[in-house]
Design a protein around this ligand. Structure first.
Ligand code: ZN
Ligand code: MN
Ligand code: MN
Length: 280
């Protein structure tokens, strides 16, 4: 069956990246997200030729097109870090992640913009992030940097749409930069997609532009509007509610991009995907 929506989850890469497409197949996905290395370590051993070949074979087996595969970078990376050591480690790790995506034949790398750690201004932090995206893009080819909006928890930047726009404006290669909207983060950051669905998404279009929208993280949320707390919930069990997801699934603006579940109960993923499909 042909779908306009490409839905999957951030599935496990345990045992090697080659297992990821198999895990996505098992939940009825036609898209997926993955870590290409252990997300809690700075340095990873390189991908082996064998692992790369098997990954590509398994993607073909499951009918996964690289346009709907959204790798996520390590949680340790902070491209806006005010500390010299942290920044250097982050730069190196980010470039390595981009290269791993290249090796796997992938087109995008999704990442959280960064944190000012209360040591520099938001603007200085955003400037550093843009510089580091430029650096990484200049050292790699074919992979687009996909900035994720945040809930604005702690000192994380990127909760306000204007901040994402600010970064994109400073990236030289506009063909290789874009953003991902996480619906949990969006609501927690204060954008009311429940009571003002149209208003929130038209604001998105006017501030950043839907042309730069590369992916969606589709999550329900445990925390209220504007709370700036990042707590994902299973589809329909949180404050967004099923009406939001019904509307989202009928919205053609979200066709033909990866839509990734990062919902907390992975035993529900297959059912969540089937439920979302029933709304299409
Ligand atoms: Zn993320
Ligand atoms: Mn997310
Ligand atoms: Mn989150």
């Amino acid at each position: 069956m042909k779908h306009n929506k490409f839905i999957g989850a951030h599935v496990s890469a345990s045992g090697g990246v080659e297992n990821v497409p198999l895990n996505a197949m098992a939940i009825g996905a036609n898209a997926f997200a993955l870590f290409t290395k252990n997300q809690r370590q700075w340095v990873a051993s390189p991908l082996t030729e064998k692992s790369i070949t098997k990954f590509k074979e398994n993607c073909a087996k499951g009918g996964f097109d690289s346009a709907y595969i959204l790798p996520h970078d390590s949680y340790l990376i902070n491209l806006g870090s005010p500390n010299e050591e942290g920044l250097q480690k982050s730069q190196a790790a980010f470039i390595d992640e981009m290269k791993r995506c290249e090796q796997l034949g992938l087109q995008m790398l999704n990442f959280h913009p960064g944190s000012h750690l209360n040591k520099i201004s938001i603007e200085e932090c955003l400037d550093k992030i843009a510089e580091n995206i430029n650096l990484a893009l200049s050292m790699t080819s074919g992979v687009t940097a996909v900035i994720e909006n945040t809930a604005g928890q702690g000192s994380n930047v990127g909760n306000r749409l204007e901040e994402i726009r600010y970064i994109i404006d400073r990236v030289d290669d506009k063909e290789r930069v874009g953003y991902c909207i996480d619906t949990c983060h969006f609501y927690s950051a204060g954008y009311d997609i429940v009571n003002d669905y149209e208003g929130a998404f038209s604001q998105l279009d006017s501030v950043i532009g839907l042309n730069y929208l590369k992916a969606i993280h589709l999550n329900d949320t445990k925390k209220p509007l504007g709370s700036r707390v990042d707590r994902h919930e299973s589809i329909g069990l949180g404050l967004l509610g099923l009406d939001f997801f019904r509307r989202f699934m009928k919205d053609s603006r979200f066709n033909n991009i990866p839509i990734i579940l990062e919902t907390p109960d992975e035993t529900r993923w297959a059912d969540e995907i089937a439920l979302l499909r029933s709304f299409e």
